[in-house]
Design a protein around this ligand. Sequence first.
Ligand code: FES
Length: 105
Amino acid sequence: MIVCSCNIISDREIRKVINELLVEDPWRLIVPLQVYHAMKKRGKCCGCFPQLVDLIVETTEAFHRDLATPDYEIVSFIDKLRDKHRQCETARLIARKRMEQIRAA
Ligand code: FES
């Protein structure tokens, strides 16, 4: 299934990159920009980011389940990951609003 229509990227390609990043560092807090950077792509409209975040969370959780990471560590890590994504999304929305204000002025 295509997740990013701007770059024509499928969920399978995204999961593969997320797993590669997790092999390098299983406790890395992955954000969408890291995934696209690893794929040598750029977010254009960024409309795919919410779905990308869901894929990051699902793939990270599955990765740790395969490693037999204890549940309490997985829950704690996924909570941190979700917090990081909320911070990134808030920063992105603030930046977008500023750009809209600059263009309107
Ligand atoms: S849909 Fe992914 S950047 Fe536009």
